[in-house]
Design a binder for this molecule. Structure first.
Ligand SMILES: C[S@@+](CC[C@H](N)C(=O)[O-])C[C@H]1O[C@@H](n2cnc3c(N)ncnc32)[C@H](O)[C@@H]1O
Length: 370
């Protein structure tokens, strides 16, 4: 079977890299990364992928420039392999750069075509949809229809530890990608001077302790009748025994806002990392780290959502001053502010473009001030 691990724009290659590290042959494609395997592999991907949004089983894809072609193409796919007489199968949709651009029409045509296929196969006319939920999705991109079954359910960024959002929190999957793309190799301290509710710190600690991000949540595929529960339980048990919080060291952060730190502590606790990450209320201006080297990894205010641009420019200038007080340290920051580098007062060594929600940002690495 072929699966698509969907990813936010710009993270496709990062997800493909993660899949390769898990042992799969993966290809980055528009919207994510593809890999082959069985339901066991989908379960592993759901449990372990840090930067993907969902894991979808690709049921089929074909060209569709008319509603008739869409109907025929969907009805030709082997839905009876995945849907029982009782299955509930909501259809979601997405259309881009295609002749068929009405999402609601594509959804209802897909639903009708699946019902027709199942009626012929199961020899019944009515489906009560009272059984397990098998979420289906139809995507039209450049006139190619792709039909998938969502094995994840709730999006994978919902790890379960973040139940209260602070102001402008980073999505967990993006935070994990930033940890991955930063030069941090786990042998030096990691410090976030704008830690907010602690997302970057928690994702870094998950990585350091081999904590599967999906360890304590469920996935849609666990309800599918043709997926063996004992096999899934074994895979989850493997993930549980790999998690070793004692491996976490030197991950800390601070924020000027006491309410953000209160939430960060709560999230750290809910992530099962109590006592493993140190967070405190502190103004970045007074931040002084005792270690000779390390990495500052941060998501400072951009001036779009939290305060005005001018205030951010002066904050970035002062961040540069703080950075130069730590000559053995490197710094990575994500910001949408076009003047970050100028205000920070140092030439960026590396940068990469991402979207933080709808905001176009750059993730910048400044290497050691020394
Ligand atoms: C974009 S938010 C960070 C969100 C965080 N990554 C998360 O996932 O929750 C920026 C944070 O910078 C903090 N901040 C603003 N000025 C600060 C300063 N001078 N010193 C320390 N923190 C500051 C804000 O309180 C806010 O929590």
């Amino acid at each position: 079977m072929q699966f698509l691990a969907t990813a936010a724009f710009g993270l496709e290659g990062v997800v493909a890299g993660e899949l390769r590290r898990l042992g799969y042959t993966a290809t980055a494609v528009n919207g994510g990364a593809c890999f082959e395997g069985g339901f066991e592999d989908a379960m592993r991907a759901n449990l372990y992928l840090r930067t993907a949004d969902r894991v979808q089983l690709i049921v089929g894809s074909f060209e569709a420039t008319s509603f008739e072609a869409l109907f025929e193409g969907v009805a030709a796919l082997p839905w009876e392999q995945y849907l029982t007489r009782e299955s509930r199968f909501p259809v979601s949709g997405n259309c881009a750069r295609s002749q068929l651009m009405s999402v609601s029409d594509c959804q209802s045509i897909t639903k009708k075509a699946i019902v027709k296929r199942l009626q012929e196969h199961h020899r019944v006319t009515w489906f009560p949809e009272t059984g397990e939920t098998v979420p289906i999705s139809v995507t039209l991109h450049a006139n190619q229809a792709r039909l998938t079954i969502d094995t994840s359910g709730t999006a994978l960024n919902r790890r379960g530890y973040r139940t209260w959002n602070g102001e402008a929190p980073l999505r967990e999957t993006l935070a994990a990608a930033l940890v991955d793309l930063s030069p941090w190799r786990q042998n030096t301290p990691l410090y976030d001077p704008f830690c907010g509710t602690g997302t970057l710190l928690i994702e870094a600690a998950f990585k350091m302790s081999h904590r599967a991000p999906g360890l304590t949540r469920n996935f849609a595929m666990e309800q599918f009748p043709y997926v063996k529960k004992t096999v899934l339980d074994r895979i989850r048990e493997e993930a549980r025994s790999a998690f070793d919080p004692s491996l976490i060291h030197d991950i800390a952060g601070s924020d000027i806002d006491p309410e953000a730190i209160r939430l960060a502590k709560r999230h750290i606790d809910q992530a099962g990392l109590n006592g493993r990450i140190q967070v405190s209320v502190q103004d970045m201006h007074t931040c002084t780290r005792p270690e000779d080297s390390g990495l500052f990894l941060c998501n400072p205010p951009y001036g779009e959502r939290l305060s005005d641009r001018k205030a951010c420019e002066s904050l970035y200038h002062d961040l540069g001053v703080m950075f130069r007080r730590h000559p053995g340290w490197s710094l990575c920051a994500i910001s949408s502010h076009p003047q970050f580098e100028r205000c920070f007062g140092r030439r960026v060594a590396k940068k990469r473009r991402f979207y933080n929600g709808r905001i176009e940002c750059e993730f910048m690495t400044f290497t050691k001030a020394k």
